[in-house]
Design a protein around this ligand. Structure first.
Ligand code: ASP
Length: 310
């Protein structure tokens, strides 16, 4: 049996160390730990990597601490437009949604796009019609409300500014969420879900739902979920780049992930991080920001739930 392993993230735009109180730290770590253990239990009970990444991401979407599902950031119109993607590495099947509103767990809808449609990526009104056809009920705006997100929006509402999860103003809590896993058959999968960035408009879509940019999985190489300044991750095709370095240059997971985040993304001027797993269950979690909410657990006995570089 292949070793099993899972890694999760709750965004690379953490609270700066000075602003992190011990109560907040406990709350973040508890939420991460719950998602991690939920995903790991799924693998441990024989579930697939896709099952594991979906349940882990659902758990993070249900927490208001992270910028996905409940607690998603506000758009310029005061709504929430969410993006999500899921991919499995055996057949390289993928599903993604973008600009969806009122959906409690966008990652579940992305999985339905993968399994129940002929398509890979559905956006906006069409994605909503698809959800309706499948019987999804919509949550009211109040379900997604979070006081701090609202305050962040008020600060830039009515301006052309937007608040990226990983901008210079790092005293804010943010956090796209993601999970990567390797199951007992050596299949890998990745899932990513986000509310994008505060005050976004014009149908802005980040890297998270884009296959190859913020999310990718291939059994030959690895599964990757990214978090960071989405525009740079799109231009750097970051998740696929990690896979390419492994496939074409023979890099290890650790070397490929680190090269992409520390050198290639940095050259473009982007900031953020990623989590990645290969088909042997190895895990890498590099980032070039002050911290990244993250955790991992493997059947080889590794377990971590971390925020900063410690
Ligand atoms: N990558 C996400 C986006 O640009 C943001 C994040 O990672 O927090 O939409």
């Amino acid at each position: 049996m292949n070793p099993i392993s899972i890694a999760i993230h709750g965004g690379a735009g953490t609270l700066v160390k000075g602003q992190m109180t011990s109560e907040k730290e406990v709350a973040y770590k508890n939420a991460l730990d719950m998602a991690l253990e939920t995903g790991y239990a799924m693998l441990h009970e024989g579930g697939t990597a896709v099952d594991a990444v979906e349940v882990a991401v659902r758990s993070l979407e249900d927490s208001p601490l992270f910028n996905a599902g409940k607690g998603a950031v506000f758009t310029a119109e005061g709504t929430h437009e969410m993006d999500a993607a899921i991919m499995e590495g055996k057949d390289r099947k993928a599903g993604a949604v973008s600009l969806v509103t009122g959906i409690k767990n966008p990652i579940a809808l992305a999985r339905d796009v993968m399994n129940k449609s002929e398509h890979v990526f559905l956006a906006g009104e069409g994605a909503m019609q698809f959800a309706k056809k499948l019987g999804y009920t919509l949550e009211p705006l109040s379900y997604f409300y979070d006081a701090l997100r609202y305050q962040q929006w008020q600060e830039i509402k009515g301006t052309d500014g937007f608040q990226l999860d990983h901008s210079l103003k790092r005293d804010s809590k943010f956090g796209t969420v993601g999970a990567v896993a390797c199951d007992k058959d050596g299949t890998v999968a990745a899932a990513t879900s986000t509310g994008g960035m505060t005050n976004k408009k014009w149908g802005r879509v980040g890297d998270s739902p884009m296959i190859g940019a913020g999310n990718y999985a291939n059994n030959k190489t690895c599964a990757v979920s990214c978090t960071g300044s989405g525009e740079f991750f799109i231009r750097g095709v970051v998740a696929y780049d990690v896979s390419c370095l492994m496939e074409y240059k023979g890099y290890s997971l650790e070397k490929a992930a680190s090269e992409v985040i520390r050198n290639r993304l940095g050259e473009l001027g982007g900031d953020g991080g990623l989590i990645a797993v290969d088909a042997k269950g190895n895990i890498a979690m590099p980032f070039n920001t002050e911290g990244m909410y993250r955790g991992c657990k493997t059947s080889e006995g590794r377990k971590e739930v971390l925020i900063y570089n410690d």
